[in-house]
Design a protein around this ligand. Structure first.
Ligand SMILES: *Cc1c(COP(=O)(O)O)cnc(C)c1O
Length: 433
């Protein structure tokens, strides 16, 4: 029986204590601070395969995967070896390199909607630039996004989820001017009628729709049958563009992303996370006639000092090569489904309302009795119970995302034994909640 008696956080507490004096909240990205689940975060020392170790020597089976990139498992030996090799030649050129061509070809081959691509350094940059391109292409300003969908922290996309059918965007953060978000319209996810209404209310003004084809930023939320198809039809009907934000789903839901899995081809796609193999990368891509608007072939300005650097490109190339092996996505689907079905059963046996689901290697579990179809449903989860679940798992060696509103991730390094052990511990934790 696993106990919490060996769980120590002396070193983590000391390091994080110092960090809080040096960086806002002690972190460089908010969710890491564990604010929504309470308690102190643990400070990592190293990662390998399905495991992570903190500075006190606690070992965890990891379901965060550095928030998505680690789909082949952490620090995969082939990725590390490839990085060592290019590292010898330098870290950044600020000039063209062959690795850019290789990764661009792989992305273009894989993702149905992409004929040309531009690499950037984060998902935020990818979405921000894709939005600028959509506006440039259509000559229109307004954009439709969905409540509880996250597209990075650019001003125009940081829009509060309003209540009601559809709400004019209000900034989600102080410092974001109303003028930046006044062209952003928000609708509930999986609500085609709401989107239709927005197009009717703003005829000829909407440049396009940006959507997480499978949501990972409200916790895990799958699209209803027909939802993505409906968005495709509506955008065609109104001469607007459809953008899939596949920063999370790209190369995770399927090799060609959610667009391959669901057979709905957007005009514009953003990528990140996995295509950087653990180094900072993002990308946006589309048909040639759209991409040729981007500088220097066109007049839509976009640039980056470190964009396309050989290290990040190499980690991405190696990661995609590993994903091309036969059976990888079948394995990811099998192992993740085993996890979510197990969690659902264990939660119900322990008397908890729960909703656990996954598509491929992306999953979520909510403490609510209803299927979660949108952000409002996600918010019906018992957040206090989730916080106690997360802590209980952490103290017993299972690292679950420290927020109810983050998706979970498995990897090719997760074994059946990892899942069995996780479920055994979940049974123990669930019975104590
Ligand atoms: C993570 C994420 C982003 C932002 O990417 P960063 O690299 O953190 O800037 C954008 N969109 C989606 C769907 C994401 O999951």
């Amino acid at each position: 029986m696993t106990t919490t008696s060996s769980f120590k956080t002396t070193q983590s507490d000391e390091i994080f204590g110092t960090a809080q004096k040096l960086m806002p909240g002690g972190v460089n990205s908010p969710v890491r601070a564990f604010k929504s689940v309470g308690g102190q975060p643990v400070v990592f020392d190293r990662v390998k395969g399905s495991r992570v170790w903190d500075v006190d020597g606690n070992e965890y089976i990891d379901y965060v995967g550095t928030w998505g990139p680690a789909i082949c498992g952490h620090a995969h030996p082939e990725v590390i070896a490839a990085l060592h090799e290019v590292l010898e030649k330098g870290t950044s050129f600020g000039a063209p390199c062959i690795q850019e061509n290789v990764l661009a070809e792989m992305v273009i081959d894989a993702v149905p909607s992409i004929e040309m691509v531009r690499f950037v350094n984060s998902g935020t940059e990818a979405c921000m630039s894709a939005l600028r391109m959509m506006r440039a292409y259509t000559g229109r300003d307004k954009i439709v996004k969905f409540q509880g969908n996250y597209h990075g922290h650019a001003d125009m996309l940081l829009v509060q989820a309003g209540s009601g059918v559809a709400t004019l965007g209000l900034p989600d953060s102080p410092g974001v001017p109303n003028t930046a978000t006044s062209s952003t319209l928000a609708a509930p996810y999986n609500d085609l009628e709401a989107v239709k209404t927005l197009f009717e209310q703003h005829p000829g003004e909407i440049a396009g729709i940006m959507v997480e084809p499978v949501v990972g930023n409200s916790g895990f939320v799958a699209p209803d049958a027909g939802f993505l198809e409906g968005l495709r039809e509506l955008t065609r009907e109104h001469d607007a563009l459809l953008a899939f934000d596949e920063v999370m789903t790209g190369f995770r839901i399927a090799y060609g992303g959610a667009q391959e899995r669901f057979g709905v081809i957007p005009d514009v796609t953003t990528l990140g996370k996995i295509i950087g193999g653990g180094l900072p990368v993002g990308a946006f891509g589309a048909r040639k006639d759209i991409m040729e608007l981007v500088a220097p072939s066109g007049s839509m300005y976009q640039s980056g000092t470190l964009s396309g650097n050989p290290l990040a490109m190499t980690a991405g190339i190696k990661t995609l090569e590993l994903l091309q092996k036969t059976g990888t996505y079948e394995q990811l689907e099998r192992i993740t489904t085993k996890l979510t079905q197990g969690l659902q059963q264990i939660a119900n046996e322990a008397g908890h309302d729960a909703y656990a689901a996954n598509i491929s290697a992306m999953f979520g579990m909510f403490f609510t009795g209803k299927p979660v179809r949108n952000f409002d449903d996600a918010k019906t989860s018992d957040l206090d119970k989730f916080a106690r679940f997360q802590r209980g798992m952490l103290e017993r060696g299972i690292y679950v995302a420290p927020s109810q509103f983050e998706g979970g991730f498995t990897s090719l390094a997760h074994t059946d034994e990892d899942i069995d052990k996780t479920l055994e511990i979940a049974r123990e934790v669930m019975s104590s909640l």
